[in-house]
Design a protein around this ligand. Structure first.
Ligand code: M3P
Ligand code: FE
Length: 308
């Protein structure tokens, strides 16, 4: 039983056409389909190496922000088991039946202690990656526009009570804590959590307002692609937030930037291999500048305070 990985992020945007142009031409995602969600225009996107139907859903709403985030579970029975565990914890769980959501079957939805809506799903429409399964090329066509990441990597949400969120994600949902930042009293200010992947994080939670989305990140294969991403972003007039640089936490290489409606994106590479028995790494609040951005060693207020 367990949580496999981040499946998709569902986001509200006040300008769906502008956001679609950015996510296809600058980020370089594939537009899967357009449609409506609860009467609003919506669009579904995926990365070129993703097998699932989509990893991003955008829908029009006057206020930008997170609708929900979805993790895929390992087996079909897990939905039922997680539903029981969530109800025992005191969460209100609702079932979304097959046919109600584009690209996936039955799912369960609930509010996490920090206020975001989370969804768990097992059945996902497998539409395949861009390369196919017969004599596939090792790389996508060289003329793909934009940054063109192969896949989504992780999500970071805010929480007023990071420790409470961490306890929920580890004890109720079974995610593994890989790194944490502690204040002088030993209280968690940030936590990095992994599912069944061997990556340092599939989900992270950092102190901030409940319900907020800090960013989600796409994977790139190496540091040189982060540099290229910076070139593409600067060329297209995209506002860069931080980097290119390196995290102390996770050891990843990174660049943060804002989509045209002000939502923060990241592209990320590197980081260490995580085995399930790996010991937790702890950062102290005094050294958090290096944990955040190892070269700069600053705790940027825009970075910590800006979210949607
Ligand atoms: C990451 C990461 C914050 C830390 C962010 C770290 C917002 O995004 O990928 O490790 O404090
Ligand atoms: Fe990140």
């Amino acid at each position: 039983m367990g949580i496999l990985r981040l499946a998709h992020v569902d986001v509200r945007t006040p300008d769906l056409d502008l956001a679609t142009a950015y996510y296809t031409q600058v980020m370089g995602l594939q537009l899967v389909q357009r449609g409506t969600v609860e009467g609003s225009d919506a669009a579904w996107f995926k990365c070129w190496d993703e097998e699932d139907h989509h990893s991003l859903r955008l829908r029009y709403h006057p206020r930008a922000g997170l609708d929900s985030f979805t993790f895929r579970v390992e087996s079909e029975d897990d939905l039922h088991d997680f539903e029981k565990r969530l109800e025992a914890y005191g969460a209100q769980v609702s079932r979304v039946s097959r046919g109600e959501a584009v690209g996936q079957g039955e799912s369960i939805r609930f509010e996490v202690p920090s206020g975001q809506i989370m969804e768990l799903v097992w059945e996902i429409e497998k539409t395949g990656n861009l390369l196919g399964k017969r004599n596939p090329a090792p790389a996508p066509p060289p003329d793909l526009p934009g940054i063109a990441p192969p896949r989504v990597d992780h999500l970071l949400v805010n929480a007023e009570e990071v420790a409470e969120a961490c306890k929920f994600f580890t004890e109720v949902l079974g995610l593994r804590l890989t790194e944490q930042v502690l204040d002088g009293n030993g209280h968690q200010l940030g936590v990095w959590l992994a599912g069944r992947t061997n990556s340092p994080h599939d989900l992270a939670v950092v102190n901030g307002p409940n319900g907020a989305l800090h960013h989600w990140a796409y994977w790139l294969d190496d540091w040189d692609h982060i540099r290229k991403a910076a070139d593409i972003l600067a060329f297209n007039g995209v506002q860069i937030d931080q980097g290119p640089t390196r995290h102390g936490v996770t050891r990843g290489n990174t660049i943060y930037f804002f989509d045209p409606l002000g939502i923060r994106n990241e592209v990320f590479t590197g980081g260490y291999w995580v085995d399930p028995d790996k010991e937790i790494i702890t950062w102290t609040e005094q050294e958090f500048g290096k944990g955040l951005f190892y070269y700069e060693n600053v705790v940027s207020q825009r970075f910590l305070r800006m979210h949607t």
